[in-house]
Design a protein. Structure first.
Length: 198
């Protein structure tokens, strides 16, 4: 069972999320906080599950523009009730594409768009894939408009997927502060454009 705790969030401009100066875009919406309950069956064992989920739906005109090398995408649920989604589109020499962006969803469900300049991402550590490539593996996110400083750490280093393309996609822990209030949380990060072919 999935039950929304907050209203649907339309990413970008009423659901149309521009990704490049060349016209790449996607339709994109999210339920950032869903009360979740169900069961998991493993052999003869039935395990009751409950917690929070995040649901995204996105369909696009293309994945990356010619001048983009990949993206760093964060979806974070904080214990003060706030949620944040932010994607950083990377250009050559690790420059941030101005079409990067996201949304901050307050505990009450009100959402505020985040522009590329609203979030600063600092890489604090890296992880070298045994399959080739070097991924960021710990970050500090600074959001001055929310007075937030968040440290995001992978729950385990190797969450790399080796499918049609190789990329890193996995669970993370969050610690930090917004104003004078300490916050923690959990989330999900997706990293593309870092894998090397072997």
């Amino acid at each position: 069972m999935l039950s929304p705790q907050k209203p649907l969030v339309l990413q970008g401009d009423h659901g149309l999320d521009r990704k490049s100066a060349q016209g790449h875009a996607s339709y994109y919406y999210s339920f950032t906080r869903l009360t979740t309950a169900g069961t998991l069956t493993l052999g003869d064992e039935i395990i009751d599950l409950n917690g929070l989920s995040w649901l995204d739906r996105e369909w696009s005109s293309g994945s990356l523009a010619d001048d983009q090398q990949g993206w760093d995408w964060f979806a974070l649920q904080l214990d003060d009730g706030a949620d944040m989604m932010f994607y950083r589109l990377r250009q050559a020499y690790d420059a941030t594409d101005p079409n990067s962006g996201g949304v901050w969803v307050g505990a009450g469900g009100n959402s505020v768009t985040l522009a590329a300049s609203d979030v600063r991402i600092e890489t604090l550590a890296h992880w070298a894939s045994p399959r080739g490539g070097r991924y960021p593996a710990r970050w500090r996110l600074l959001i001055p408009t929310r007075d937030c400083r968040l440290t995001v750490t992978p729950i385990m280093a190797d969450q790399e997927l080796d499918v049609l393309v190789r990329y890193w996609e996995g669970a993370v822990d969050v610690t930090g502060a917004c104003g004078t209030q300490r916050v923690s949380g959990m989330g999900y990060v997706e990293l593309t454009g870092y894998a090397e072919e072997m």
